[in-house]
Ligand binder design. Structure first.
Ligand code: MG
Length: 354
């Protein structure tokens, strides 16, 4: 069986196999997987096409005389607003700060825009805003501009937040998928799937007691330590919507390489694996909000692991795979010793988790 024939094994279903994006928006168009990619390619690229946007990186890299900036934006629609380990305010900072950090930037300034539904208790707005402010302090960034809109009751869902962020990239830093080479190792800073599961269990009354909390955290400090000591790393990406599998697949496609992942080496907490198994969900496709992947040459990997393991956000860091020559395939050596092809996330098993 060729790779193409086997392609539907994980991450794909019939709906996502079409290039026709259909007559109307589905929840899955916002899931960060195959349909999101089609939306970007078929609609947004048609009107926004430019060289800066094209790489579809976590942040745009803007070159000015004497300075390089990373610039990004993200909207937050998580339901419920509060969940174990975080809330929409904390997420709104972490999501944008982490996109800047994995681009190699020192995050500096954010904007915060609130779209609020009429009737929202002021105490809820204050709780969310306090959390947003406290997370800014932790991350060392400032909200320097913002906006507030209110929509009629029934025309929103309590509160949506958009943040944009800007950061400074060191002049000599070169990160990106163009630098990947066969032999590079794939490293993650900890277990997969906790955020998605924590939000799901808080939202749905499934009768599952897990004690799982979201991993939501600003990653700029741990990333700064890595860049300081191992400036030669190849690239990074945060593992949000679509999870590890989707992020690695996008990178493999973009870089024109194959990436092998070793399932037994990928950290997943026992309670997360157990609960996801019951729900028929896969940890490699679950969203994280405090996890990132680093690609590094084999000689740099031990130092990356060492830095991660000595940081509170990297205690279970692991080398989980390797880059090989190829054409965009992601192959998983499974627990049982088989090989599975991983594709972009299909459909949306879990809408509105960030
Ligand atoms: Mg990202």
């Amino acid at each position: 069986m060729s790779l193409g024939d086997k392609k539907r094994e994980r991450g794909h279903d019939a709906m996502s196999s079409t290039k026709d994006i259909g007559p109307q928006i589905l929840l899955a168009h916002g899931a960060g997987g195959e349909l999101s990619r089609q939306l970007v390619e078929n609609i947004f690229f048609k009107y926004f096409n430019n060289e800066t946007l094209k790489p579809l990186a976590d942040a745009a890299v803007l070159d000015f005389p004497g300075c390089r900036l990373a610039f990004t934006t993200d909207s937050f629609v998580v339901r419920p607003l509060f969940f174990p380990g975080g809330d929409i305010g904390k997420l709104a900072v972490c999501g944008t700060v982490n996109d800047l950090a994995v681009s190699g930037a020192k995050p500096l300034f954010l904007t915060a825009s609130f779209i609020i539904e009429e009737g929202l208790p002021l105490s809820v707005l204050e709780q969310v805003t306090r959390s947003l402010g406290e997370t800014c302090q932790t991350a060392g960034v400032k909200v320097v501009a913002g906006d507030t809109k209110v929509v009629e009751k029934g025309h929103g869902d309590l509160i949506f937040i958009n943040t944009a962020g800007i950061g400074l990239i060191p002049a000599n830093l070169d990160l990106g998928q163009h630098r990947l080479a066969p032999g590079d190792l794939v490293i993650v800073n900890g277990p997969m799937g906790n955020h998605g599961l924590a939000v799901l269990l808080e939202r749905e009354n499934l009768g599952l007691e897990s004690g799982v909390t979201s991993d939501c955290a600003p990653l700029n400090e741990i990333i700064a330590k890595i860049l300081e000591k191992v400036p030669g790393i190849k690239m990074m990406r945060d593992l949000t919507r679509g999870g590890l599998a989707t992020a690695v697949k996008e990178i493999a496609l973009g870089a024109g390489v194959d990436i092998w992942l070793d399932e037994p080496s990928i950290p997943v907490d026992d309670e997360v694996r157990g609960a996801l198994g019951i729900l028929g969900l896969e940890p490699l496709y679950m969203a994280n909000e405090g996890k990132f992947v680093v690609f590094a040459a084999p000689e740099d990997a031990p130092m990356v692991i060492d830095i991660m393991a000595n940081d509170s956000l990297g205690g279970q860091a692991a080398i989980i795979g390797e880059v090989t020559k190829g054409r965009g395939n992601v192959l998983l050596k499974t627990m049982l010793g088989g090989t599975q092809v991983l594709d972009l996330l299909a459909g949306d098993p879990l809408p509105r988790i960030c």
